[in-house]
Design a protein around this ligand. Structure first.
Ligand code: NAD
Length: 501
């Protein structure tokens, strides 16, 4: 890494920082101040090989470490994480911009997966059939894969990696995490915590970088599986490349989440939910609500209630108790703002304009306030694209059927919610909607760690969702063993296909 005088954020292998041989770096900024706070290493192929080699070397001993010992490290990791959650939250806020309370929420949701993974002895129990045939027993076990790669996005630098690595490690795999280059420090903090918890060298490793690092993981024969989370075009690419190189891949992509508000809904509660889910984390959540579908004449009142709440929010530095922080980079802020410009040109009604926000923070922060667009049509770019910012678009339809059609016609299928007091309508929506995670009067229906997280359609490539029992399956492969203890009665030649008797 070239020395620029700024703090260097390196790789991690064998429980130590690895500077790497590539001289490429990228700036890391604090979105609330615009300051460059460090430079992250961008791995070259040689760095990737070194980190993968560390993970490969650690695998045989780790897979043979007893489950009890493996899980005792996880328990210790969980305790340390819980004690030091504030430190991690502060790192998240300093590189992502989300407000501290939200960063703490992120840590909690990641910790829940660690807690789930502490139950690995139970989750890995196999099956056993005695006397499947006369004197023949059959048993099944699930074994770890080897080195697994986790590639994560900027918006949950701690939680998204924790969707995967606790399960992978508890199941006996070794891990190479490739964090987002926009928010790389949480991964190193987590790596140090693993070392302190007693995880042996090489079991958890971090490879910093960009496409070069991702491609190295996708192509390397010693990497057996890839868990990816990010935007849809990259998820599609990662799935195609990873599977072409013989790996199992789960690639979670982008989203356009609709909240359908039916005429009988409590509009105050619905408006609260739209604002919380639309503007929390400045809309940089894959489960953010970005499209509000107002059904059967509730539009005017609902828009007025959302607007009133949106105007009351304080946008500012996430360390100061603001409601909403900045966007992650200046470029992203400008891109999000350009969708608002386009929506205006396309004829949407700009009810609340976040481009003119007066933020409680440094002048050079990447600010954009809550923005509310009404009268949005499905042919507008603000509806068609994932904006990933604090922009809520309201679409109006006359009937439940039209609302359902709108949601199901959208290429994304990550999350959705319906707001209603009618149990029959909610039940119908739950049954008919083509989306992976559904909320009934719950705007951000993120499944608990013991269920699995994942969308449908262009929001997920592969058939395995994150964490829960699907996560355990992803990081293990099944083996079925048929056993007979021979005695003289089993002698003799028989070339026929084995049949049970
Ligand atoms: P991104 O796709 O730009 O980056 C994700 C990862 O891919 C990063 O580690 C990045 O370094 C790497 N990457 C970027 N460009 C690449 C390329 N050309 N080739 C190979 N690798 C590349 O996503 P982001 O901007 O960091 O995160 C936001 C996106 O992630 C949004 O679309 C959001 O919806 C999505 N997301 C989805 C979920 C989910 O569960 N479905 C969760 C969180 C975020």
């Amino acid at each position: 890494m070239a020395n620029t005088g700024q703090p260097q954020i390196g790789h991690w292998a064998d429980n130590a920082v690895l500077a790497g041989t590539s001289r490429n770096t990228a700036p890391v900024t604090n979105p609330a101040t615009g300051e460059v706070t460090g430079r992250v290493a961008l791995a070259g192929a040689e760095d990737a090989r070194a980190v993968i080699a560390a993970a490969k070397a650690a695998f045989p001993a780790w897979r043979d470490t007893s489950l009890t010992k493996r899980v005792s490290v996880l328990f210790r990791f969980r305790e340390l994480l819980n004690e030091r959650r504030q430190e991690l939250a502060e790192i998240i806020t300093s590189e992502h911009g989300k407000v501290l309370s939200d960063a703490l929420g992120e840590v909690t949701r990641g910790q829940e997966v660690v807690e789930f993974a502490c139950g690995m002895p139970h989750l890995l129990k196999g099956g056993f059939t005695e006397n499947a045939s006369t004197g023949v027993d059959v048993n099944s076990v699930r074994q770890p894969l080897g080195v697994v790669g986790v590639i994560s996005p900027f918006n949950f630098p701690a939680m998204v990696p924790m969707w995967f690595f606790p399960l992978a490690i508890a199941a006996g795999n070794t891990v190479v995490l490739k964090p987002s280059e926009k928010a790389p420090s949480s991964a190193l903090w987590l790596a140090r915590l693993w070392a302190e918890a007693g995880l042996p060298d090489g079991v958890f490793n971090v490879l910093q970088g960009d496409k070069t690092a991702v491609d190295a993981l996708l192509e390397h024969r010693d990497v057996k599986a890839i868990s990816f989370v990010g935007s849809t075009p990259i998820a599609r690419y990662v799935y195609a490349q990873g599977t072409a190189h013989g790996k199992r891949v789960q690639a979670l992509g982008g989203a356009k989440n609709h909240a359908v508000v039916l005429p009988d809904a409590d509009l105050d509660l619905a408006a609260d939910a739209m604002v919380n889910a639309g503007f929390g984390s400045a809309g940089e959540r894959c489960m953010a609500v970005s499209a509000v579908v107002a059904v059967g004449g509730v539009g005017d009142e609902l828009v007025a209630k959302i607007a009133e709440r949106a105007r009351s929010l304080v946008t500012g530095d996430g360390t100061r108790g603001s409601d909403m922080g900045p966007l992650v980079t200046a470029a992203h802020r400008d891109k999000v703002a350009s969708y608002v410009d386009a929506a205006e040109r396309d004829g949407a009604k700009l009810v609340v304009d976040g481009r003119t926000v007066r933020a409680d923070g440094a002048a050079d922060g990447f600010w954009l306030g809550p923005t509310l667009l009404d009268g949005v049509r499905t042919d507008m770019s603000c509806y068609q694209d994932e904006i990933f910012g604090p922009v809520l678009s309201v679409l109006r339809v006359d009937t439940y059927e039209e609302a359902l059609q709108l949601v199901n016609d959208n290429p994304y299928g990550n999350g959705t919610a319906v707001f209603t007091n009618d149990g029959g309508a909610a039940r119908r929506f739950r049954n008919e909607v083509e989306v992976g995670m559904v909320g009934i009067n719950v705007p951000i229906p993120v499944p608990m760690a013991y269920y699995s997280f994942g969308g449908w359609k262009s929001s997920l490539f592969g058939d395995t969702h994150a964490h829960g029992t699907e996560g355990v399956h992803f990081f293990t492969r099944a083996k079925v063993v048929t056993t007979r203890w021979l005695d003289p009665s089993h002698g003799g030649l028989n070339l026929g296909f084995p049949q049970n008797a």
